[in-house]
Design a protein around this ligand. Structure first.
Ligand code: HEC
Length: 146
């Protein structure tokens, strides 16, 4: 009788250990999975064009003071949409996208960028961008989209 109880206990603890092992393996898998998902859904804002050395730290540091270059402002505030044409945004580097718009002149482009137009948010959501900042970012896109 008591032998039987011992056997049952051993069996139960073996089951417990097995269960724990599965639970641990399961949570490790889940963690790996969510990292992979985070990597896949990371913001488009981290797009950094080849040959542009103003990405990351440099652009952020420059935001503190002094004039920022059009490239820096573009990378920090506009590339998220304009690099790949999100929601119909004219694509960086595309003469076909920018040509007809450029024909309206800088004043018109600037006014639309400042006020927003359709899916283009006012100032591209850059609250700290001055009108001059917006203009130099537009000029940077135009210069590189001919
Ligand atoms: C959230 C996405 C998004 C961001 C960020 C964004 N844009 Fe745009 N932009 C658009 C879209 C979409 C359009 C096309 C709007 C339309 O004409 O329907 C557009 C159009 C434009 C145009 C053309 C306007 C015209 O008159 O034809 C300019 C200029 C422009 N954006 C400048 C900028 C600048 C400068 C920045 C950064 C400071 C910026 N955008 C950031 C989405 C964005």
């Amino acid at each position: 009788m008591s032998d039987e109880v011992v056997t049952v206990n051993k069996f139960t603890s073996a089951l417990c250990a097995l269960g724990l092992g599965i639970a641990l393996a399961g949570s490790v898998n889940a963690a790996t999975g969510s990292n992979a998902i985070a990597e896949r859904i990371k913001p488009l804002g981290s797009v950094c064009l080849e040959g542009d050395d103003s990405c990351g730290g440099a652009a952020a540091a420059a935001a503190g003071g002094g004039a920022r270059s059009g490239a820096e402002i573009y990378t920090a505030s506009c590339a998220a949409c304009h690099a790949i044409g999100v929601a119909g945004a004219p694509k960086f580097g595309s003469a076909a996208d920018w040509g007809p718009r450029a024909a309206n002149g800088m004043d018109s482009l600037l006014a639309n960028a400042i006020n927003g137009i359709n899916a283009m948010p006012p100032r591209g959501t850059c609250a700290t961008c001055s009108d001059d900042d917006i203009q130099s970012a537009i000029q940077h896109m135009l210069d590189n989209s001919q």
